[in-house]
Design a binder for this molecule. Structure first.
Ligand code: CAA
Length: 699
């Protein structure tokens, strides 16, 4: 018996169970053990049929992603060969699927002659989310089983499909109720094939046809979501081969596409994101077994845009929430807005009326702070004013029970100062939600000097319960995301002074892969808040620092962005589409003149570098100050908080692909031109000198 494949026998049925925790990944040892045990079973006259199963929670999560891109390439046998041998078996093989059959795991099952799954199992081909395509026959077998259109849906979306739906589509043959033993059911299914009561079906046999338009239709459908991604389009090409080529050539075509992608920058980036998403939960001094408090009741202070969105996030996840406002009018307005958002989801068919009623039933508005006394967690979401926040925390400290966690949604202020306004600083933490908080997945969880490990463990776990992505960060102005954003934004303004126009800057960064450029983003967020902050900072701003007057001039015109119908762009009544405005473009040219700039042609490449490199430089400072734990944590903040393209892996991964040397060189130049705040981060200088990358720094 091999250690990674357990072999048992029941009568004439041999059961091969993959035993490779945590997810039964198909590493080299598993592949070779499977091939070996299959040969033995075929040679054994006492075996009439074979069941293929997985030990533990999952059937199999596919190829071992860690093997990709490694030198030397993975050992033989390769997965497609193992699956081909399985399918060619003269004795029926049936997959017993529980938990998940993903990627190569499902491809293994598709090579079997029958598939039995538990009702809660999920089965799919998520390879495109890793920047690759199914590489072990999935793009050729699945269309032959369920048709091209359905196969395209599954392969191009990369989502895991619930087993009952897969049964309806026809790539799971039988679903067993959750408490039934799936291996027993698979054995029965295998015996039925032997008896001739079920078909002995090989998924690669036969041909498949498709409407000529089906491939272009999918491309049109995914155009917006898949913008910039290579893998979904490559997957469509591979599925096309299932129609156009005989099976052997189809397999070869799939392999060729797979091999062409597996080492691509996009695939490397998306693998990095996969592991970074999992690494954020690992906090060196807060081990996994740190006890977390149970959160049953939640209070939210403030029912404005942020408070309302935060309350919705909790309510959506099943928590009862009391939301506190300072007066009836604000409270009514806030609750009405929440009701309106739910009602709009109901009218679009995204939420049932019953769900909406249940959610509203969990939400209670109040004007009495004492109503929050029993909450296990209170999240403060009032406006960014230190004295106001400190006052609220002092009051909460008095009112709330002794072990209530008090969280602030501040996006810039010093969490330590807020914590020290209470007698329980160990129970104070920042939970910086992103707007709109009910939709955006990122939470920057801000650890203060005195925040306890238990509080951190509780909030990190809570982020998951809310369906959010929680990244632990330290205290500094703007934390990770907004601090880096500031550097990016500033350069965008300077580019205008030097010769670019808002639409050109926005287009270059949109083409780079961001959901929108900095000026359209500011119009969406509103220009007045930044203006107020700048006015507050004006007296202490060092005179030698370069400062662009353009944003202030726009605000002075009463243009605060989309909400006033004009900002950096114009907006037609009821429309969110930015329309370039000659008035603003004239203003930009005028300011250039006033400041003595000779306007010049600025290339899109320069725009991207000027905006991205200072942002990365700030990220390097954040790393060396210990504000973020890992480069990957910064990448996750940018992917989930700002829509940084996943296929570029986040800004720090992107930096490695550009080359630290090049970024450092640009920063040295900008430092000379723009002064102190463009100073290259010592970490950047060190990495450049040593010829290293952020990846080296992380490991
Ligand atoms: N290879 C290597 N490691 C994997 C892995 C894989 N395919 N899938 C999961 N892991 C690791 C995770 O990194 C994690 O490790 P740590 O504990 O060290 O962080 C551990 O297994 C547990 O994973 P999760 O934290 O994700 O556990 P979960 O219970 O939340 O989710 C899962 C389980 C749904 C299986 C999820 O892990 C998942 O979606 N995995 C990837 C599935 C996938 O994309 N498969 C396709 C692989 S590519 C392929 O198969 C190509 C081909 O055609 C041959």
């Amino acid at each position: 018996m091999s250690s990674v494949v357990e072999v048992t026998q029941d009568g004439s049925v041999r059961v091969l169970s993959i035993d490779n925790p945590p997810v039964n990944g198909l590493g080299a040892a598993v592949r070779s053990a499977l091939a070996e045990e299959l040969t033995k079973a075929l040679q054994d006259e006492g075996v009439e049929a074979i069941v293929l199963a997985g030990k533990g929670k999952f059937f199999c999560a596919g190829a071992d992603i860690r093997e990709f891109g490694k030198e030397p390439p993975p050992d033989t046998p390769h997965l497609p060969d193992v699956i081909d041998a399985l399918e060619a078996s003269t004795k029926p093989v049936v997959a017993a699927i529980q938990g998940v059959a993903a990627g190569g795991g499902l491809e293994l099952a598709l090579g079997c002659h029958g598939r039995v799954a538990t009702a809660d199992a999920r089965v799919g081909l998520p390879e495109v989310t890793l920047g690759i395509i199914p590489g072990a026959g999935g793009t050729q077998r699945l269309p032959r089983l369920i048709g091209v259109a359905a196969a395209l849906d599954i392969i191009v979306a990369g989502k895991l499909v619930p087993a009952p739906k897969a049964e309806k589509l026809g790539y799971v043959d039988q679903v067993v109720t959750n408490n039934a033993n799936v291996i027993d059911a698979a054995k029965d299914y295998a015996r039925a094939i032997v008896a001739g009561d079920k078909p002995f079906r090989r998924a690669s046999e036969g041909t498949v046809e498709a409407e000529a338009t089906v491939f272009d239709d999918v491309k049109t459908r995914i155009a917006k979501k898949a913008r910039g991604f290579e893998a979904p389009y490559a997957a469509i090409d591979a599925v096309r081969a299932s129609v156009e080529l005989p099976i052997k050539e189809g397999f070869a075509r799939e392999r060729e596409i797979f091999v062409g992608l597996v080492d691509s920058v996009q695939a490397q980036a998306q693998r990095h994101v996969f592991f970074a998403e999992r690494a954020i939960a690992k906090i060196p001094d807060v081990p996994k077994d740190t006890p977390a408090k149970e959160i049953r009741r939640v209070g939210v202070v403030g029912c404005g845009t942020m408070g309302g969105g935060i309350a919705m996030s909790f309510v959506n996840a099943g928590f009862p929430v009391s939301v506190l406002e300072s007066n009836e009018e604000y409270l009514d307005r806030g609750l009405e807005k929440i009701r309106g958002l739910y009602a709009s989801s109901v009218s679009k068919g995204r939420l049932s009326q019953e769900d909406m009623d249940q959610r509203m039933g969990r939400l209670q508005g109040t004007l009495e702070a004492s109503e929050l006394a029993d909450a296990d967690l209170v999240v403060e979401a009032v406006f960014e004013e230190m004295d106001v926040k400190k006052d609220i925390f002092r009051r909460l400290d008095e009112i709330c029970k002794d072990d209530t966690i008090l969280a602030t949604n501040t996006s810039t202020l010093d969490v330590n100062e807020i914590a020290n306004a209470t007698k329980r600083p160990e129970l104070v933490i920042g939970t910086h939600f992103f707007s709109p908080a009910n939709i955006m997945k990122l939470m920057e969880n801000v650890r203060g000097e005195k925040t306890s490990k238990e509080t951190i463990a509780t909030i990190m776990k809570l982020s998951k319960q809310l369906g959010k992505v929680g990244v632990l960060v330290g205290v500094c102005d703007g934390f990770v995301g907004n601090r880096m954003l500031y550097a990016y934004r500033q350069q965008a303004d300077f580019l205008l002074e030097e010769g670019a126009l808002p639409r050109q800057v926005d287009k270059a960064l949109f083409d780079f892969g961001l959901p929108m450029g900095p000026f359209a983003m500011m119009d969406l967020a509103g220009l007045d808040i930044g203006w107020a902050i700048r006015k507050r900072q004006a007296p202490t701003r060092p005179k030698e620092l370069r400062y662009s007057p353009i944003p202030d001039r726009i605000c002075e015109m009463g243009r605060f962005g989309q909400k006033t119908g004009a900002g950096w762009y114009r907006y037609e009544e009821g429309s969110r589409t930015p329309v370039p405005d000659p008035e603003i473009e004239a203003l930009v040219v005028e300011v250039s003149k006033e400041l003595g700039f000779e306007r010049r042609e600025i290339s899109d490449e320069e725009i991207v570098e000027r905006c991205m490199f200072p942002l990365i430089n700030e990220g390097a400072k954040i790393l060396e100050e210990g504000i973020a734990l890992r480069p990957g944590d910064i990448d996750i903040v940018w992917i989930y908080g700002y829509g940084f393209p996943r296929y570029r892996g986040g800004p720090m991964f992107y930096a490695d692909t550009v080359g630290i040397d090049k970024i450092h060189e640009t920063m040295v130049r900008l430092y000379k031109e723009q002064g102190e705040w463009m100073k290259p981060a010592p970490l950047l200088t060190q990495l450049a000198k040593e010829g290293k990358s952020f990846k080296d720094y992380a490991s």
